[in-house]
Design a protein around this ligand. Structure first.
Ligand code: DX5
Ligand code: ZN
Length: 217
């Protein structure tokens, strides 16, 4: 995990200039673009929907990492796949039929990912590990950018890194929430290989410097 992928979260971008913000972050060397979808029901905030994802799609070739914080999620999977999501991540807490949702994402031609809230133990995803290409550990309670990194999640990251090794499959382990130059090394040391960051990238004046600072440690 010496050179993690960096996935800036558009949630912290200037919403009056989203197209330019996407192009700027691609030019600054981002690896993925992270798009946070919030429904005001699964999480206590509302962000944007598939029409925004679709409008931004022609602006970059960066992989779109779409983080769905919505429940129920199944009625919206097709819309996000058609909008151009490369990866669709759903929460294990969002409903009882995660297995079916992950199958559906794969059949729609996107890479499936699974997300764990801070209160959810790593073993909760044991039965779906073989179905996903990305596992995302929330290091804040989902809903808002700019929150404080929860150090209690580091042990979960380590445990999931071991569980991934046991599958023998190439699964990305991402962290999301409160990632900055202080917490990024803690997350990568625990086993994360993708760093999602909103304020620590879009909140800075120089995006390339911010991305390099997260990557270099
Ligand atoms: C929180 C979102 C995060 C958020 C991260 O619900 O999933 O992706 O944008 O923002 P920062 O990096 O500012 O904590
Ligand atoms: Zn997110």
């Amino acid at each position: 995990a010496s050179c993690p992928l960096i996935a800036p979260s558009l949630l912290a971008a200037d919403f009056t200039r989203l197209g330019e913000e996407v192009e700027a972050i691609a030019n600054a060397g981002a690896d993925w673009l992270h798009l946070d979808i919030m429904d005001g029901h699964f999480v206590p905030n509302i962000s944007f929907g598939p029409s925004v994802v679709k409008a931004l799609r022609p602006r970059t070739s960066l992989p779109f990492d779409v983080h769905l914080m919505i429940a129920p999620v199944d009625p919206y999977l097709e819309a996000f796949a058609q909008a151009g999501a490369d990866q669709i991540l759903i929460h294990i807490e969002a409903g009882p039929h995660t297995h079916r949702s992950l199958e559906r994402i794969r059949s729609l031609g996107a890479k499936p990912g699974i997300v764990l809230c801070p209160a959810t133990p790593p073993e909760a995803i044991a039965e779906v590990m073989d179905m996903v290409d990305v596992i995302l550990v929330m290091t804040v309670n989902p809903g808002f950018g700019g929150q404080k990194f929860l150090h209690s999640q580091l042990a979960k990251i380590s445990r999931l890194r071991d569980m991934i090794a046991q599958t023998g499959r190439d699964i990305r382990l991402a962290v999301d929430g409160g990632i900055d130059t202080t917490t990024a090394p803690l997350a990568t040391k625990a086993g994360a290989d993708v760093l999602i960051a909103g304020s620590a990238v879009y909140g800075k004046a120089d995006y390339a410097a911010a991305i390099n600072a997260l990557r270099a440690h």
